[in-house]
Design a protein around this ligand. Structure first.
Ligand code: DQA
Length: 137
Protein backbone atom coordinates (compact mmCIF):
# COMPACT_ATOMS: atom_id res chain seq x y z
CA UNK A 1 0.00 0.00 0.00
CA UNK A 2 1.57 3.23 -1.22
CA UNK A 3 0.23 6.39 0.44
CA UNK A 4 1.41 9.98 0.43
CA UNK A 5 0.66 12.86 2.76
CA UNK A 6 0.68 16.22 0.98
CA UNK A 7 0.68 19.30 3.18
CA UNK A 8 0.13 22.80 1.87
CA UNK A 9 1.19 26.30 2.87
CA UNK A 10 2.39 27.16 6.36
CA UNK A 11 2.15 23.57 7.57
CA UNK A 12 5.97 23.53 7.60
CA UNK A 13 5.56 25.75 10.66
CA UNK A 14 3.65 23.15 12.68
CA UNK A 15 4.91 23.15 16.26
CA UNK A 16 5.61 26.89 16.10
CA UNK A 17 2.52 28.24 14.38
CA UNK A 18 -0.58 29.00 16.51
CA UNK A 19 0.04 26.00 18.81
CA UNK A 20 -3.34 26.54 20.52
CA UNK A 21 -4.96 25.55 17.20
CA UNK A 22 -2.41 23.26 15.55
CA UNK A 23 -0.57 21.70 18.53
CA UNK A 24 3.07 21.76 19.52
CA UNK A 25 4.69 18.90 17.62
CA UNK A 26 6.45 19.34 14.33
CA UNK A 27 5.10 17.37 11.38
CA UNK A 28 8.48 15.68 10.87
CA UNK A 29 8.31 14.23 14.43
CA UNK A 30 4.71 13.15 13.94
CA UNK A 31 5.54 11.64 10.53
CA UNK A 32 8.21 9.44 12.15
CA UNK A 33 5.58 8.19 14.63
CA UNK A 34 3.25 7.41 11.71
CA UNK A 35 5.98 5.44 9.93
CA UNK A 36 6.56 3.37 13.08
CA UNK A 37 2.85 2.81 13.62
CA UNK A 38 2.10 1.80 10.01
CA UNK A 39 5.17 -0.30 9.17
CA UNK A 40 3.43 -2.17 6.35
CA UNK A 41 2.49 1.06 4.56
CA UNK A 42 4.90 2.69 2.12
CA UNK A 43 4.31 6.19 3.41
CA UNK A 44 5.76 9.35 1.93
CA UNK A 45 5.44 13.00 2.79
CA UNK A 46 5.57 16.18 0.72
CA UNK A 47 5.05 19.77 1.84
CA UNK A 48 4.99 22.92 -0.25
CA UNK A 49 3.98 26.52 0.17
CA UNK A 50 3.55 26.83 -3.59
CA UNK A 51 0.21 26.02 -5.27
CA UNK A 52 1.73 24.80 -8.56
CA UNK A 53 4.11 22.44 -6.77
CA UNK A 54 1.15 20.84 -4.98
CA UNK A 55 -0.63 20.42 -8.34
CA UNK A 56 2.54 18.92 -9.89
CA UNK A 57 2.85 16.46 -6.99
CA UNK A 58 -0.82 15.42 -7.35
CA UNK A 59 -0.19 14.73 -11.07
CA UNK A 60 3.02 12.83 -10.28
CA UNK A 61 1.50 10.44 -7.72
CA UNK A 62 -2.12 10.50 -8.83
CA UNK A 63 -1.98 7.58 -11.28
CA UNK A 64 0.23 5.15 -9.36
CA UNK A 65 -0.27 5.59 -5.59
CA UNK A 66 -3.07 3.86 -3.66
CA UNK A 67 -4.09 6.94 -1.73
CA UNK A 68 -3.39 10.61 -1.12
CA UNK A 69 -3.97 12.38 2.20
CA UNK A 70 -4.20 16.06 1.34
CA UNK A 71 -4.16 19.00 3.70
CA UNK A 72 -4.10 21.84 1.20
CA UNK A 73 -4.34 24.28 4.14
CA UNK A 74 -5.36 27.79 3.00
CA UNK A 75 -5.45 26.68 -0.67
CA UNK A 76 -8.39 24.44 0.24
CA UNK A 77 -10.53 27.55 0.41
CA UNK A 78 -9.17 29.34 -2.68
CA UNK A 79 -7.67 26.97 -5.24
CA UNK A 80 -9.78 25.92 -8.22
CA UNK A 81 -6.50 24.54 -9.64
CA UNK A 82 -5.94 22.08 -6.78
CA UNK A 83 -9.64 21.15 -6.87
CA UNK A 84 -9.38 20.42 -10.62
CA UNK A 85 -6.20 18.37 -10.07
CA UNK A 86 -7.97 16.22 -7.46
CA UNK A 87 -10.81 15.72 -9.95
CA UNK A 88 -8.42 14.86 -12.78
CA UNK A 89 -6.34 12.14 -11.12
CA UNK A 90 -7.24 8.50 -10.44
CA UNK A 91 -5.84 7.98 -6.94
CA UNK A 92 -8.46 8.59 -4.23
CA UNK A 93 -7.84 11.65 -2.07
CA UNK A 94 -8.81 12.08 1.57
CA UNK A 95 -9.01 15.77 2.48
CA UNK A 96 -7.87 16.52 5.98
CA UNK A 97 -7.65 19.50 8.33
CA UNK A 98 -6.10 19.56 11.76
CA UNK A 99 -8.61 22.08 13.10
CA UNK A 100 -12.39 22.05 12.87
CA UNK A 101 -12.69 24.37 9.88
CA UNK A 102 -16.46 24.66 10.41
CA UNK A 103 -15.98 26.09 13.89
CA UNK A 104 -13.73 28.85 12.49
CA UNK A 105 -14.14 31.85 10.16
CA UNK A 106 -16.71 31.59 7.35
CA UNK A 107 -14.05 31.66 4.62
CA UNK A 108 -12.71 28.34 5.96
CA UNK A 109 -16.07 26.62 5.45
CA UNK A 110 -15.62 26.52 1.66
CA UNK A 111 -13.54 23.70 0.12
CA UNK A 112 -12.65 23.36 -3.55
CA UNK A 113 -11.48 19.79 -2.83
CA UNK A 114 -14.28 18.15 -0.85
CA UNK A 115 -16.64 17.49 -3.79
CA UNK A 116 -14.04 15.22 -5.40
CA UNK A 117 -12.54 13.71 -2.25
CA UNK A 118 -13.13 10.16 -1.10
CA UNK A 119 -13.82 11.61 2.34
CA UNK A 120 -13.03 14.57 4.55
CA UNK A 121 -11.64 14.57 8.08
CA UNK A 122 -11.34 17.68 10.21
CA UNK A 123 -11.06 18.69 13.86
CA UNK A 124 -9.16 15.67 15.21
CA UNK A 125 -5.77 17.36 15.43
CA UNK A 126 -2.80 15.44 14.02
CA UNK A 127 -4.64 12.21 14.91
CA UNK A 128 -6.72 12.87 11.77
CA UNK A 129 -3.76 11.81 9.59
CA UNK A 130 -3.78 8.45 11.38
CA UNK A 131 -7.52 8.11 10.80
CA UNK A 132 -6.98 8.96 7.14
CA UNK A 133 -4.33 6.24 6.76
CA UNK A 134 -6.68 3.76 8.45
CA UNK A 135 -9.42 4.70 6.01
CA UNK A 136 -7.23 3.33 3.20
CA UNK A 137 -6.36 0.04 4.99
C1 DQA B 1 -5.95 23.87 8.03
C2 DQA B 1 -7.15 24.81 8.09
C3 DQA B 1 -7.01 25.92 7.06
O1 DQA B 1 -8.14 26.78 7.12
C4 DQA B 1 -5.77 26.74 7.35
O2 DQA B 1 -5.60 27.74 6.37
C5 DQA B 1 -4.55 25.92 7.53
C6 DQA B 1 -4.63 24.63 8.17
C7 DQA B 1 -5.99 22.80 9.15
O3 DQA B 1 -5.26 21.83 9.02
O4 DQA B 1 -6.73 22.96 10.13
O5 DQA B 1 -3.46 26.36 7.20
O6 DQA B 1 -5.97 23.20 6.78
Amino acid sequence: MKLIIINGPNLNLLGKREPEIYGSSTFEDYFRELQLKFKTVELSYFQSNIEGEIIDKLHEVGFSFDGIILNAAAYTHTSVGIGDAVKGIETPVVEIHISNIHAREDFRHKSYIAANAKGVLFGFGLKGYELAIESFL
